[in-house]
Each structure stands twice: as structure tokens, then as C-alpha cells.
Design a protein around this ligand. Structure first.
Ligand SMILES: NC(=O)c1ccc[n+]([C@@H]2O[C@H](COP(=O)([O-])OP(=O)(O)OC[C@H]3O[C@@H](n4cnc5c(N)ncnc54)[C@H](OP(=O)(O)O)[C@@H]3O)[C@@H](O)[C@H]2O)c1
Length: 251
């Protein structure tokens, strides 16, 4: 199946987890994929998996929280791929813990990456997505990875929730703004997925979350990548605008 033949895609967070799985899935559908993340070695591994399977990938190593980086990676992606039909914003970090004890810098890191960088990549990509919608599939896709943490809030994760609520609101507003221009904006809200997202930040908060999810069979990154691919490959008339995907046993 190569439903995305001729498409250019940019995926942030492509060095691991959901972003890496999504990049592989889009490449398997024929898209040429620009892989964005800080870890050049891990991006090169994902690129090798893609090219080894007969796909096309370019590595764009960047810290997208740096002010000039989002504009640069979007420009580099367009230069390398010739067009931009798909953007998947998957880069994110979760640093939970006591709002009294944890440093403000952790809050800033989450806002800078989960929200500001996502908005900056989207802003830089919008003109290219609008332009590409006039040819090829006749539709282009901006997919933002939010979370079930963007739907309901709980204690000890105030800023992670704030960023994910923000992503969901940002996506819905953009969806309405571009609904008549053949640019679909979708927001995906996963529950627990087995990735390195849980490896960062306060060990106490991490242990508490692991305990809360002890009975849950986490999703695999490929489960979310399958959903993203489904959203993107739907007929032009169909917009799956907001989708929750969670483990069957996550309450
Ligand atoms: N795992 C879950 O249970 C879950 C649930 C709901 C939502 N999500 C969301 O899914 C998204 C993907 O997370 P994941 O679970 O796949 O976690 P992950 O495996 O830790 O992936 C995070 C990605 O973000 C990239 N990244 C981090 N800082 C960056 C920076 N400054 N500049 C560029 N890239 C950066 C990382 O790459 P480098 O280290 O190479 O920079 C990595 O590729 C996140 O937005 C997360 O909030 C995850």
C-alpha cells in the first residue's frame, strides 16, 4: 500500500516512541519523511530502518525549542522533499511532580516544547501545507499529538495538563480556520503508551504514576502510528478531527 506516494511529511519527535513509529508508518505508505529531533544518532537509526524498507527519509537534527529552529527545519524539509503535505507534531516531554518542590525550569521546558515549539512548527508549515493542498491528494494534514491529559486534569501534573489542553484548543481553532482550504487539522489524544516519555523528571511522581498504571497494558507506539496513518489517509471529505486512543483497561 502506498497511499501517500509523492507526499512530503515532517515528523517531530521522530527519534523515539510515537514519532519514530509514525515516521516509519508514513514512509511505508510512500511518503518521503523529514525526521526531526535532537538526537542525530537515533534519527539516523530510524532513517536507516525506513530506507532499509525501501522508503525515503532525511534527518533534520534540531532542538526545536531554540527560537530559529522551527523555521529552519520546516525550510530544510521543504528544500529536501520539494513539498510539505503532512506535519505530525509528536515531540513532547512530561515532567510531573509537586508544584511546591519541582523547579520552575521544568514547567518552562514543557511549555517551550509541548506548546511553543509545536505552535512554531505549525506556523512555519502552514503556508506550505495550504500550497500543497492545491495539488497531489487535494488535501494536506497537520496532526498534533495531545493526550488524554488534554481532556481532564489531575493533581501533580499542572503544567503538562496546561500544555496538552493548549494543544487541543490550538488544534481545534486551526481546524476551523483552515476547514475550507483543504487543510485538515487533527488532534490525537493517547492514553498510556509504552515510550521513554515516562523516563524523565521527578522519580517520586514517576513511581506514583507507574503504580496507578500497574494493571494497564500500555499501548505500543505503533498503535498510535496506525491511527495517525488512518487519519491522514482518509478521503478528502473526512476529517477525524479529535480522537482519543487508550489502553482497553485504562480507567
Ligand atoms: N507515552 C504516552 O503515554 C503518551 C500519552 C499521551 C501523549 N503522549 C505524547 O506523545 C508525544 C510523543 O511522546 P512519546 O510518548 O513518543 O515519548 P518519547 O519517546 O520520549 O518521545 C519524545 C520525542 O520528543 C523529542 N524531543 C524532546 N525534546 C526535544 C527538543 N527540544 N527538540 C526536538 N525534539 C525533542 C525526543 O527526541 P530527542 O530526544 O532526540 O530530542 C523524542 O523523539 C508527546 O507529545 C507526548 O506528550 C504520550
Amino acid at each position: 500500500m502506498t497511499r501517500l506516494n509523492g507526499c512530503g511529511a515532517l515528523v517531530t519527535g521522530a527519534s523515539s516512541g510515537i514519532g519514530a513509529a509514525t515516521a516509519r508508518a508514513l514512509a511505508a505508505e510512500g511518503a518521503a519523511v523529514a525526521l526531526v529531533g535532537r538526537n542525530a544518532a537515533r534519527l539516523a537509526e530510524v532513517a536507516a530502518q525506513i530506507t532499509g524498507a525501501g522508503g525515503r527519509a532525511v534527518v533534520l537534527a534540531a532542538d526545536i525549542t531554540e527560537v530559529a529552529a522551527p523555521g529552519q527545519v520546516v525550510a530544510d524539509a521543504v528544500a529536501a522533499l520539494g513539498r510539505l503535505d503532512i506535519v505530525v507534531n509528536a515531540a513532547g516531554v512530561m515532567l510531573n511532580g509537586s508544584s511546591l518542590k519541582r523547579p520552575f525550569d521544568e514547567w518552562r521546558q514543557m511549555v517551550d516544547l509541548n506548546l511553543t515549539a509545536l505552535m512554531a512548527i505549525s506556523k512555519a508549515a502552514l503556508p506550505h501545507l495550504v500550497a500543497a493542498a492545491g495539488s497531489g491528494r487535494g488535501v494536506t494534514d497537520l496532526v498534533n499529538i495531545s493526550s488524554i491529559a488534554g481532556r481532564t486534569a489531575s493533581a501533580g501534573a499542572a503544567v503538562y495538563h496546561a500544555t496538552k489542553f493548549g494543544v487541543t484548543a490550538f488544534s481545534e481553532s486551526l481546524r476551523q480556520e483552515f476547514a475550507r482550504r483543504n487543510l485538515r487539522v487533527s488532534v490525537i489524544e493517547p492514553g498510556a503508551v509504552s515510550t521513554s516519555l515516562f523516563d524523565h523528571g521527578d522519580p517520586v511522581a514517576r513511581a506514583r504514576l507507574a503504580e496507578r498504571l500497574a494493571e494497564v497494558e500500555y499501548l505500543q507506539p505503533e498503535d498510535v502510528a496506525d491511527l495517525v496513518t488512518h487519519v491522514i489517509t482518509l478521503p478528502r471529505r473526512v476529517a477525524l478531527a479529535e480522537v482519543v486512543i487508550r489502553p482497553i483497561d485504562q480507567i
